[in-house]
Design a protein around this ligand. Structure first.
Ligand code: PLP
Length: 456
């Protein structure tokens, strides 16, 4: 790692009392140098109001800058609050009585953020080191009024054990309140349906879903008082079905191998119930343009902001195509050179060269046997085909090497991202991991199930 002999001036701030509710927080503030500072960054801690929020600016002596999202929004900059006591530390980080250089602190906090950042210049370990500070010190003390308000703003995590060059980063969608990326579209589609008068109080939401969209809709239904009915194919794991029922949704299980226009397929049953039940609304994630729009409005901007525009490649699995189309469109609008790569299970239509190549596969939630209207095919630069075995191998690796217990479609996307990240270590590749592995404990982590289906 290249180190500058004379790191630029900065403060390192350690939160002694990481309790955001404390009326006065004590910060130790010292001059960062390589000896005093084992990490490759200086941290300027800025307390705007200890009762409400703390905003942090990370500044790397090597010129890389990382910042919390809040800092680039106008109006959040503020001089250090008088209520905050700052103790100046010597180079060995022992407390000393030197007066606080408020002028310098304010200098840092008031300095405008430069837009473009060369994230590639960051040593793979740098951000991981920075992340050793208590996680909650960068979380604004916000109380959400309901679970729906907590959807989105999921973290990026560098997968440097899975892929040692360090240019592969994952967006962790299982940290959404109901555990998957699909809550983004559930909230947005229901918000829009309410606005358009398609869904009225005490109405019924009906959706054919492999589980995650259902969980998102069931969560919305629970919070807003709607009845929710999900139709699911019988390949969906027992845990996912139990989970929908736990949120109070009604679940109809149908044979997996029926074509979408068959009346008894999970699509067909959803269509029939929507016709029969008064006040029923079928969001229809395969057609509803508010599905990709949700990702255009949230996932895409988050990817852009969190990488400070350094993202070069975006990798995602494709089901409805909402994620890859919405986020992909936003990213290409910001930077047309961003490459959009679709990960596709072997047997799915997106990489099938002939209709005969379309067949069943075991990974859930991704791949299709038809082209959904929510997919903008022109945005996808290329697809990479992945076998079930490769998807499950990568899924297991993510749990064991990165401590990320994710679902099978995450392994599929990560397998592709690994290949793409290896093509050019100078490119920042971001892969979206849609859900949690907890929904698949009886499958991917069950050796008997794996053996029974020919996996090792
Ligand atoms: C587990 C899982 N991964 C990936 C996807 C694909 O996302 P999208 O439908 O936005 O293409 C889905 C969609 O249902 C999913 O359930």
């Amino acid at each position: 790692m290249a180190t500058s002999p004379q790191p630029p001036f900065g403060f390192v701030a350690h939160l002694d009392q990481p309790d955001l509710l404390a009326s006065t927080a004590v910060y130790r503030v010292g001059r960062g140098d390589e000896r005093a500072l084992p990490y490759c960054f200086d941290e300027v801690g800025v307390v705007v109001d200890t009762n409400r929020a703390r905003h942090t600016l990370l500044e790397c002596p090597h010129g890389c800058r990382h910042r919390s999202r809040e800092l680039d929004q106008p109006g959040v900059y503020a001089p250090v609050d008088d209520a905050v006591r700052l103790e100046m530390l010597g180079p060995d980080l022992d407390p000393c009585d030197a007066p606080v250089r408020r002028d310098l602190v304010e200098d840092h906090t008031q300095r405008p953020i430069e837009p473009a950042v060369d994230v590639h210049a960051v040593h793979p370990g740098t951000v991981a080191q920075a992340d050793r500070r208590p996680a909650r010190t960068t979380i604004p003390a916000v109380i959400h009024e309901d679970a729906l308000a907590a959807v989105g703003n999921t973290p990026l995590i560098r997968l440097s054990r899975f892929h040692s060059p360090g240019n592969l980063v994952a967006k962790i969608e299982y940290l959404n309140p109901a555990g998957s990326v699909k809550e983004r579209i559930a909230v947005h589609m229901i918000d829009r349906a309410e606005e358009q008068g398609l869904l009225r109080p005490e109405g019924t939401i009906i959706e054919p879903t492999s589980g995650n969209t259902g969980a998102g809709l069931a969560m919305v239904g629970a919070v807003r008082g709607y009845r929710v009915i999900c139709t699911v194919p019988d390949k969906v794991s027992a845990e996912k079905i139990a989970l929908l029922r736990a949120y109070g949704a009604e679940v109809h299980v149908t044979p997996t191998d029926l074509l979408p226009d068959h009346p008894d397929s999970y699509y067909g049953i959803a269509r029939r119930l929507t016709d029969e039940i008064e006040g029923a609304f079928n969001p229809n994630q395969y057609v509803n343009q508010f599905n990709p729009e949700a990702h255009y409005l949230t996932t895409g901007p988050e990817l852009w902001d969190q990488t400070e525009g350094a993202i070069d490649v975006f990798v995602a699995g494709v089901g409805t195509g909402g994620t890859i189309s919405g986020a992909g469109r936003y990213l290409k609008e910001q930077k047309p050179s961003v490459e959009i790569v679709g990960a596709d299970p072997e047997g799915s239509i997106f990489t099938a060269e002939t209709p005969e190549e379309i067949h069943q596969y075991r990974v859930e939630g991704v791949g299709e046997d038809f082209y959904p209207e929510t997919l903008s095919r022109e945005l996808i630069d290329r697809y990479i085909k992945v076998t079930d075995q490769e998807s499950f191998d990568a899924t297991r690796r993510l749990a064991r090497e990165e401590g990320l217990l994710v679902g099978g479609s995450c392994g599929l996307a990560a397998h592709v991202a690994l290949q793409v990240a290896d093509e050019d270590h100078g490119k920042l590749v971001v892969v979206l991991l849609p859900d949690s592995g907890r929904g698949y404990l009886s499958k991917i982590w069950n050796d008997e199930w794996m053996a029974e289906h020919g996996f090792h």
